[in-house]
Design a protein around this ligand. Structure first.
Ligand SMILES: Cc1cc2nc3c(=O)[nH]c(=O)nc-3n(C[C@H](O)[C@H](O)[C@H](O)COP(=O)(O)OP(=O)(O)OC[C@H]3O[C@@H](n4cnc5c(N)ncnc54)[C@H](O)[C@@H]3O)c2cc1C
Length: 425
């Protein structure tokens, strides 16, 4: 670890070394900035970016908040095996978030949010390819598209409408029949009779977000980034009158340090909201706990090769070189990451029913992570009431998909000293 002098100066201090923070650091370094990244973990990508669904999925741009959501949420309320579980708490932030979520379910809002996410995700997918080629990073990536399949006629009909909206804004999400489904993903042949329809987005991809984040972090280190690992960002010296943040206080393993920076970017995932609250920056970010199961395929040729989304159970499947990752479900239950075994078993059972010979289910491993979710699913990318305090956070279900593009956008705003003022109290 680099030992820093008290009061070290940087151009940009990035708080958080998840997939969002590391992409931000990368673009800042490319624009010639001196960059320091701070994270409480001993390496990059160890929290929500650790074992996600692996999808680079522009086609997944439809936000959770859409016109059909309130009905579904009511139906699933308190059902332990439901894809979305709401556990009410005495927490004003949870209730405020929920109220905003309901507002975003209005059809016009949902369409506007979908379009905004499609634009950012498309931009991001192209930049991810650029980074991969330029830096020679490998992360068990696959460029075989993403297939969404439906077992419910009504859900499929709704998806056809959303796919049409996405196509208008550049996401080539095609509606396909079941013969084509099996052509694209032979492992679904046995299930063909249950599928009523599907969409396929050939340009979408998949890959291991953790591998990418850690390999890009290594590239950033070579480009000159300073890292402070095992270090908690504890406070900001924020001056409301001057509208500036003068420094960041950090608790490192060697004691407290104060870092001065021209610009500070907050990429703390679900923890961005509590971190910024004392400074009058109210972020509507609430953690949505998700689960993933990783099954070693052990050479099986019956595992799916294309990244899939099973709409009925809201589960995604990605083949990550010798591992089948299955991820999904959302639990609005605060900051706990504990594993609910019923939910783990539900995911494993679904995977086993669909692909019984996909791998060694007895060796499956389970994980949970907290998606930093905004009510609209649109992330915060912009500046705050403090002119040099920037936000790149709240990427919810699509942080892996939107990471490269979000980092690029916020660094562009910093370079031009121009960006929308977000979350003003
Ligand atoms: C089950 C599941 C499946 C998913 N599947 C997909 C998918 O298929 N495709 C997709 O695009 N997205 C997916 N996502 C979403 C994606 O994983 C997240 O949006 C993304 O990882 C968020 O990245 P982040 O950098 O904002 O947060 P994190 O990765 O959580 O990074 C935040 C960092 O901040 C650090 N930190 C927090 N507080 C402090 C502090 N005070 N001081 C210092 N450090 C601090 C943490 O240690 C952490 O490293 C999924 C998420 C889940 C949970």
């Amino acid at each position: 670890m680099n030992l820093l002098d008290f009061d070290s100066d940087f151009d940009v201090v990035v708080l958080g070394a998840g997939v969002i923070g590391i992409n931000t650091a990368y673009w800042a370094l490319r624009s010639g900035k001196r960059v320091c990244v701070i994270d409480r973990q001993p390496a990059a990508g160890l929290e929500t970016s650790f074992a996600n669904g692996g999808q680079i999925s522009v086609s997944h741009a439809e936000p959770w908040a859409n016109p059909s959501a309130p009905f579904k949420v009511m139906k699933w309320l308190f059902d332990d095996r439901a894809p979305l579980l709401f556990r009410p708490k005495f927490d004003i932030h949870q209730w405020l978030w929920l109220a905003k979520f309901l507002v975003n379910c209005l059809p016009r809002r949902a369409d506007r949010n979908t379009v905004e996410i499609v634009k950012l995700a498309t931009e991001s997918r192209a930049l991810l390819r650029q980074i991969r080629e330029r830096e020679g990073i490998r992360y068990d990536e696959r460029s075989r598209g993403i297939l969404h399949f439906y077992r419910d006629q009504r859900e499929f009909a709704a998806a056809v409408g959303v796919a049409e909206l996405m196509r208008k804004f550049g996401c080539d999400r095609a509606v396909i029949d079941t013969d084509r489904v099996v052509e694209i993903e032979p492992a679904l042949a046995e299930r063909k009779r249950d599928i009523v329809g599907a969409t396929y987005t050939a340009d979408d991809e998949s890959g291991d977000a953790l591998l990418y984040t850690q390999r890009l972090a290594a590239v950033c280190a070579k480009m000159g980034a300073t890292y402070l690992w095992c270090s908690d960002a504890t406070a900001l010296d924020a001056d409301r009158t001057a509208q500036r943040v003068h420094s960041v206080e950090v608790r490192t393993p060697d004691g407290y340090r104060r870092l001065r920076a021209r610009d500070v970017v907050v990429c703390l995932g679900s923890y961005s909201a509590p971190f910024l609250r004392p400074y009058g920056v109210p972020l509507a970010i609430y953690p949505a706990k998700g689960y993933s199961v990783t099954i070693p395929t052990e050479g099986s040729n019956a595992a799916p090769v294309t990244s899939l989304t099973d709409d009925e159970y809201k589960l995604v499947y990605s083949n990550l070189g010798g591992r089948l990752r299955v991820a999904g479900t959302a639990e609005l239950s605060g900051y706990t990451r504990n594993l609910n075994l019923r939910r783990c078993r539900a995911i494993l059972d679904n995977a086993r029913i669909l692909f019984p010979k996909a791998g060694n289910f007895a060796k499956a491993t389970f994980w949970t992570g907290l998606r930093p979710t905004t009510p609209s699913n649109v992330p915060y990318i912009g500046r705050t009431r403090y002119r040099n305090l920037w936000l790149n956070t709240g990427h919810g279900t699509l942080g892996w998909t939107m990471g490269a593009g979000s980092g690029h956008r916020v660094v562009d705003m910093i370079a031009n000293d121009d960006g929308p003022v977000l979350a003003s109290a």
